[in-house]
Write a protein that binds this ligand. Sequence first.
Ligand SMILES: [Zn+2]
Length: 155
Amino acid sequence: MKTKIFLYVAIFALAAAACNDDKDTTGPKITLLQPENEAAFARGGELLIEFRLDDPSGINAYKIDIHYAGEGHEHAHSQALSITPAHEDGEEEEHEEPWEFLEAYTDQKGKTSAHVEKTLTIPDDIHGGEYHLGILATDTEGNESQVYIDIDIEE
Ligand SMILES: [Zn+2]
């Protein structure tokens, strides 16, 4: 904890020393165009993800994160990846695992704006239900941003 605070102070001091008022301190602006929040998809179908990234100091990388929302968990979405499948042991045998998709891309590195389209195929052997779909992006200054929506995958 102390190291962390020290690090923040150090970073702040550095930032202040190098200070220009027009320093970029926010992550890329993410404009998600598709899908819409709470859109529904069929298992085995296609999922088109379309979004814009804008950042004055340049895009570094971005990620697409899709995970099962389970019993409606709420979490700080920066911690979105520490989800364990909700398996109860016992009578009911569960063959379908929740879908987890996480992929990082650097194909827009250095651009100040980008239009990204990715088509994913939804596996057909997964749990249906509510999922979270997130776009996470970093810029060349190390700033991060993220956008999450809910999508529904039909049983
Ligand atoms: Zn989530």
